[in-house]
Design a protein around this ligand. Structure first.
Ligand SMILES: CC(C)(COP(=O)(O)OP(=O)(O)OC[C@H]1O[C@@H](n2cnc3c(N)ncnc32)[C@H](O)[C@@H]1OP(=O)(O)O)[C@@H](O)C(=O)NCCC(=O)NCCS
Length: 164
């Protein structure tokens, strides 16, 4: 069972020397550090990351450049749900704007398709223009809003992409 899940996150090497693969427990420290640096609040705890790394209901992807983890993504699959939920996406600040976020997102979509999931949904802060541009460029469509969704009271925009 575990092997089958690993195989849906098959490796993905790209021109920029960045590789996207399924994360393992060995990546825990790096992913926690990356997330802590990327988000001011609403962080996923170390304990939650450890749980997601071991869970069949979650896909954790990481992008590496050399030996360094430069990006991470968490996709949640609820049992019986027809859509996967993008719960976290972060790229190291010095590496942004190079297409790493896009690579992670496309890899997550492939994983969702292989798992038979028909759509991906996500929430993004209203004031996060870079992330919204990325999602819209990849075909995500706005489908709603959640008022005061974040710890600091910021609203969330909801997006959805059908994987067709
Ligand atoms: C959102 C995020 C994951 C995007 O990752 P990325 O690797 O920069 O993504 P890409 O390079 O594929 O594209 C992102 C877009 O933001 C732009 N961008 C973001 N940061 C940039 C930077 N520091 N320099 C240049 N461009 C940047 C890109 O040019 C691109 O916009 P475009 O469509 O107009 O070309 C990254 O900015 C990040 O980690 N932000 C902090 C955490 C976060 O907000 N996560 C999303 C939560 S919903």
């Amino acid at each position: 069972m575990r092997a089958a899940v690993s195989s849906i996150f098959a490796s993905d090497a790209g021109p920029a020397g960045v590789h996207v693969r399924r994360a393992t427990a060995n990546d825990l420290d790096a992913i926690v550090a990356l997330e802590d640096a990327a988000f001011q609040g609403d962080r996923i705890s170390r304990r939650q990351w450890r749980h997601h790394l071991e869970s069949l209901g979650a896909g954790v992807l990481r992008a590496i450049h050399g030996r360094r983890v430069v990006g991470a993504l968490l996709l949640l699959f609820r049992r019986g749900a027809r859509s996967g939920r993008l719960y976290s996406l972060a790229v190291a600040s010095g590496q942004r704007g190079r297409g790493i976020g896009e690579r992670l997102l496309r890899a997550a979509e492939r994983a969702a398709r292989r798992r038979g999931v028909g759509a991906v949904t996500l929430e993004v802060r209203c004031d996060n223009g870079a992330a919204q541009r990325l999602y819209e460029r990849l075909g995500y469509q706005r489908c709603g809003m959640r008022a005061a969704y974040y710890e600091d009271g910021a609203d969330a925009l909801r997006y959805r992409k059908s994987l067709g």
